[in-house]
Design a protein around this ligand. Structure first.
Ligand code: SAH
Ligand code: SF4
Length: 391
C-alpha cells in the first residue's frame, strides 16, 4: 500500500480528535483560484509578476468570470487579451471536483460521486422540492467521529476538503442545473446544508472561507439565511462559527441522556449535553426568527420513548433555546446496529414536542433508492473495500 492509501488510525471513542491527512499539491504545480478570497487572487497575480494595478483589475475580472459566469477556462475570458489568457492558464487553474458518477433517484434527488485532484472520493446530494432546492455539501472525505448510526462515520479515510472543493461542489451543482450566469431570481439551487460527509467544525477555516464566497453578493450570492451548518457538537468552535460565518445552526442532538448520547454520538464523552446546550444558548444570531435546529434520529427502543420526548422539551425550555426539532427516521445501511422507530412511535414523539409549542416535523427520507439519504453517504470505493475485507 502506498502512503496515500494506507488506512489512517481512527481516533478512539473516548476522546475523538480530528487527525486529517495532508492534501497533496496539484500534480501540475498550478495554483487553484476557486476558494481564494478576492484579495488572495490579486496577491497571487502580483507574485506571479503582474503590476499591482494590473493584478487588481485582472483579479476583479477573473472573479466575475469564475463566480458570475461559471467559466473554468481562461480562453473564454473575452475581456482579457488573448496572449495574457495563455499566461494565466499556464500558472493558474479554475477547477471543479471531478465527477465519477451522477445518479438520479425516483423522487428527483440527485447524488454525485466526486473525486478530489489527489484521488479521494466524496459525495454531494441535491434535493429538489416544490419551493426550494437544497444542496447537501460535504466538508471532509469521511469523518473522524464514528457516530454509531452513521455510515460515513465508518469510513476510515479522512482528509479535510479544501475551500476550493467545498465551493466547487456548489459550482458543479450550478453547472449541472444550468444556473449560470448567476442570477438572483428563479434558481433551482436555493439552499445549502453542510450535512454531507464530515464534521464541518473540524475543518473550520476551509468551511468558513468557502461559505464566505458562497454568501458574497459578488460571489455565488446565496443569503446566509439559506445556509445551514450542522455539527455533532464541537462546542469550542460553535461561537466562532456564529461570529465568523453567521449561518443557521443545526445540532445533531439525537439523545437526551448522557448514557445514550455517549453511546450513539461518542463526541458526547468529551463535550456533554449541558455544555452543548449552553453553547447553543450563546450562539450569536440565534433568536425566535432564526431558530437552532435540533436533529434527532429516531432509533427503535433506543432514544424514542415518550419520556425522551418530554426530557427533550424540558432541556429546550431550561436553556431557553429558540429551537425547532427535526425528527429524522433512521436510514439503515448494511450492518447498522440499529433499526428505525415505527411510524407510530415517531408520530407520538413528534406530538409531545409539538404540543409543548416546539415545531417538530418528521423529515421524509429522500433518495433512499440511490443511498443518498442522511447518513448513508459513503463512497463506492469504500463500500467495495469493506466488502472485500469482510469476505
Ligand atoms: N457531521 C455533521 C453533519 C453531517 S451528518 C453532523 O453530524 O451534524 C447530517 C445529519 O444526518 C446529522 O444530523 C446526522 O446525525 C444525521 N445522520 C447520520 N446518519 C444517519 C442515518 N443513518 N439516518 C438518519 N440520519 C443520520
Ligand atoms: Fe461524522 Fe456527522 Fe456522521 Fe457523526 S453523524 S460520524 S459527525 S458525519
Amino acid at each position: 500500500m502506498s502512503a496515500d492509501t494506507a488506512i489512517m488510525p481512527i481516533p478512539g471513542p473516548v476522546d475523538p480528535v480530528p487527525v486529517p491527512r495532508a492534501v497533496k499539491p496539484r500534480a501540475d504545480g498550478r495554483t487553484e483560484l476557486v476558494g481564494l478570497p478576492k484579495d488572495a487572487i490579486r496577491a497571487a497575480f502580483e507574485s506571479a509578476g503582474l503590476e499591482p494595478r494590473q493584478a487588481k483589475l485582472r483579479a476583479k475580472q477573473v472573479w466575475h468570470w469564475i463566480y458570475n459566469r461559471g467559466v473554468s477556462d481562461f480562453a473564454a475570458m473575452s475581456d482579457i487579451a488573448k496572449p495574457q489568457r495563455g499566461w494565466f492558464a499556464e500558472r493558474f487553474v479554475i477547477s471543479r471536483p471531478e465527477v465519477v458518477e451522477a445518479q438520479v433517484s425516483s423522487d428527483g434527488t440527485r447524488k454525485w460521486l466526486l473525486k478530489t485532484h489527489d484521488g479521494h472520493d466524496f459525495e454531494m446530494v441535491f434535493i429538489p422540492d416544490a419551493d426550494r432546492g437544497t444542496l447537501c455539501v460535504s466538508s471532509q472525505v469521511g469523518c473522524t467521529l464514528n457516530c454509531r448510526f452513521c455510515h460515513t462515520g465508518t469510513m476510515q479515510l479522512v482528509r479535510n476538503l479544501e475551500a476550493a472543493e467545498i465551493v466547487g461542489q456548489v459550482m458543479l451543482a450550478r453547472d449541472a442545473l444550468g444556473e449560470w450566469p448567476s442570477q438572483p431570481e428563479g434558481r433551482m439551487l436555493t439552499n445549502i446544508v453542510m450535512m454531507g460527509m464530515g464534521e464541518p467544525l473540524y475543518n473550520f477555516d476551509n468551511v468558513r472561507d468557502a461559505l464566505k464566497i458562497v454568501m458574497d453578493g459578488d460571489g455565488l450570492g446565496l443569503s446566509r439565511r439559506r445556509i445551514t451548518l450542522s455539527t455533532s457538537g464541537v462546542v469550542p468552535m460553535m461561537a466562532r462559527a456564529g461570529e465568523e460565518i453567521g449561518v443557521n445552526l443545526a445540532v445533531s442532538l439525537h439523545a437526551v441522556t448522557k448514557e445514550i448520547r455517549d453511546e450513539i454520538v461518542p463526541l458526547n464523552r468529551k463535550y456533554g449535553i449541558e455544555q452543548l446546550l449552553e453553547a447553543c444558548a450563546a450562539y450569536p444570531g440565534a433568536n425566535n426568527a432564526r431558530r437552532i435546529t435540533f436533529e434527532y434520529v429516531m432509533l427503535k427502543d433506543k432514544n424514542d420513548s415518550d419520556e425522551h420526548a418530554r426530557e427533550l422539551v424540558r432541556l429546550i425550555r431550561r436553556y431557553r433555546l429558540p429551537a425547532k426539532v427535526n425528527l429524522i427516521p433512521f436510514n439503515p445501511w448494511p450492518g447498522a446496529p440499529y433499526e428505525c422507530s415505527t411510524g407510530e412511535r415517531i408520530k407520538a414523539f413528534s406530538n409531545i414536542v409539538f404540543e409543548a409549542g416546539i415545531s417538530a416535523p418528521v423529515r421524509t427520507p429522500r433518495g433512499r433508492d440511490i443511498d443518498a439519504a442522511c447518513g448513508q453517504l459513503k463512497t463506492a470505493a469504500e463500500r467495495k473495500r469493506r466488502s472485500r475485507e469482510a469476505a
